[in-house]
Ligand binder design. Structure first.
Ligand SMILES: NC(=O)C1=CN([C@@H]2O[C@H](COP(=O)(O)OP(=O)(O)OC[C@H]3O[C@@H](n4cnc5c(N)ncnc54)[C@H](O)[C@@H]3O)[C@@H](O)[C@H]2O)C=CC1
Ligand SMILES: CCCCCC(=O)/C=C/C=C\C=C\C=C\[C@@H](O)[C@@H](O)CCCC(=O)O
Length: 277
């Protein structure tokens, strides 16, 4: 999808990866609705972007994505300001193994809700022009991050939900594509939570493993991930694709065609009478 002239909505836009995604979209000619729960940082970003791109290219909306009303209102205000939405990036996310229900609410429930709101406004059956939804998962959406079981679950959920909905969208001819971004560690504020007792709960004793994992998988800078995000946005087709980003390589993930393709080499026979007729 060409970015120039498009309207994008980004959650968790005030800092970190969300800010990087907004900036690269603006640099490529899009207008962007910036949604974030952090009003102060969000307003500071809006002021900074106004200086660089002009006041009419962005709209900052204070929005807690876990609030159905606030999220729905933010979509409405975006449509009132810009008239349409072509690209949605569900980026807002937290790490919190202590308050794991909050992590599920932000990282998964809100991503589902925002994706469905995007679909509601984009799909051709509702008079929409179609569009693209990019959900931000993580490498922890492709394999278990032992220090963060619930975070891992939410990111696996984002990958599975997005891939399934991509197939459903194609089958229903909604005209909406979905893609997933799975970066390894990125130098943002979330990294500081990895060694924090407050967030890691039961697993703060494992922070040594985090250092090992960072050593194993590397640490990216925000601009590197923003470039990969732009690649996902501009690349035509590839509905349901999952892009992994590491310091060494950025590559699409190849999933097995069927879950049975991952069975080990020595299967035991099923119990008699249990196999499907
Ligand atoms: N930093 C990393 O190592 C990686 C991050 N990710 C994912 O990238 C996304 C962005 O993370 P970062 O930029 O690293 O984190 P960050 O903590 O720097 O930024 C997250 C942004 O989301 C906002 N936010 C948090 N809860 C919110 C809520 N309820 N409603 C609205 N906004 C909310 C925060 O205010 C903040 O501006 C997350 O989904 C994260 O899981 C994925 C892989 C690696
Ligand atoms: C809890 C906040 C995490 C910070 C943000 C984030 O999402 C970072 C993810 C980075 C990397 C995740 C790597 C996951 C790896 C798993 O696949 C693991 O199973 C790999 C095991 C490697 C080994 O050989 O032991």
């Amino acid at each position: 999808m060409a970015v120039n002239g498009k309207i994008a909505l980004v959650t968790g836009a005030a800092q970190g990866l969300g800010r990087g995604f907004c900036e690269i979209l603006l640099k490529n000619g899009a207008k962007v609705a910036l949604l974030d729960v952090n009003k102060e940082v969000g307003n500071d970003l809006k002021a900074s972007l106004d200086k660089e791109f002009g006041p009419d290219h962005t709209l900052f909306l204070t929005c807690d994505v876990t609030s159905e009303d606030q999220l729905s209102d933010a979509y409405q205000k975006t449509l009132e300001k810009f008239g349409k939405i072509d690209i949605v990036c569900n980026n807002a996310g937290i790490a919190n193994e202590r308050d794991w229900e909050k992590a599920v609410a932000v990282n998964l429930v809100a991503v589902v809700r925002s994706t469905y709101l995007a679909l509601q406004h984009m799909k051709k059956q509702n008079g929409g022009q179609g569009g693209l939804i990019v959900n931000i998962a993580s490498m922890a959406g492709l394999g278990p991050l032992l220090t963060s079981p619930v975070y891992t679950a939410t990111k696996h959920g984002v990958v599975g939900f997005s891939r399934a909905l991509a197939e459903a969208s194609e089958a229903c001819d909604f005209g909406v594509r979905l893609k997933v971004l799975c970066p390894t560690f990125v130098r943002t504020a979330i990294i500081s939570t990895l060694s924090s007792e407050e967030y890691m709960g039961l697993f703060s004793c494992l922070h040594g493993f985090t250092e090992q994992m960072i050593g194993m998988f590397g640490m990216l800078e925000v601009p590197q991930v923003a470039e990969a995000f732009l690649q996902l946005v501009v690349e035509e087709g590839k509905n349901g694709s999952v892009l992994m980003v590491t310091p060494e390589i950025t590559s699409y993930v190849e999933f097995p065609k069927s879950p049975t393709d991952v069975l080990s080499g020595n299967p035991s026979p099923s119990a008699p009478g249990s196999s499907p007729q």
